[in-house]
Design a protein around this ligand. Sequence first.
Ligand SMILES: *Cc1c(COP(=O)(O)O)cnc(C)c1O
Length: 232
Amino acid sequence: MSIRENIEHINQLKAEAAARSGRNGEDVLLVAVTKLHDVDEINEAIDCGITDIGENKVQEIMDKFDHVKPVRWHLIGHLQTNKVKYIIDKVSMIHSVDSLRLAQEINKRAQQHNLTMDILIQVNSAEEESKFGIKTEETGQMIQDILDTCENIRIRGLMCIAPFEENPEDARVYFAEVKKLYDEYGKMEHPHLDFQYLSMGMSGDFHVAIEEGSNLIRVGTSIFGARDYSKK
Ligand SMILES: *Cc1c(COP(=O)(O)O)cnc(C)c1O
């Protein structure tokens, strides 16, 4: 299947899952995950209506940035503090904030560029050792600490990477847990908090994530096919 057909198919599945949770397909943003895919493939996806792309490595954003058509860039992978400066003026949202130290570095660089950076806080609700993200119970304190010290950051919501499960149904509880946090902290009143994004769901589990309330899915493989890790 072509990239175009894949995107159409995902949009249809996305709409069906959204309907099952009482929403419309347009209520769920599709971020095409382009890591390890080349500029031609990315531009093809953009020609097919993709407005947002996600990369998990700073270096790949740097390499591709000038060659990709106008689009919103999302940093979705773990971000080292010493690399924030390279992407601060390139991405529209950072999904993977999981420490106050990282938030403060983002804040400092955003200040230097006279911009406000949108971020999501990554919650590792399954508490997997292998994954980044804060624990569920740390969410409130993290939000408060960022709001107290980071004037050039706007907290837009939460992000979660569920454990890989043979059966995506088994990930449902982890999505539901983060949705609860999203509803709870989204009610907070603060000029630098404006929850609009609950980033949950990838190729294998986005239908379940949407049913549990996700409104932003990060999909790579189902759009572009399998990634060739030998290229890196
Ligand atoms: C690679 C990646 C995805 C996309 O995964 P697929 O299974 O290819 O859809 C989503 N989110 C993050 C954080 C990723 O690193």
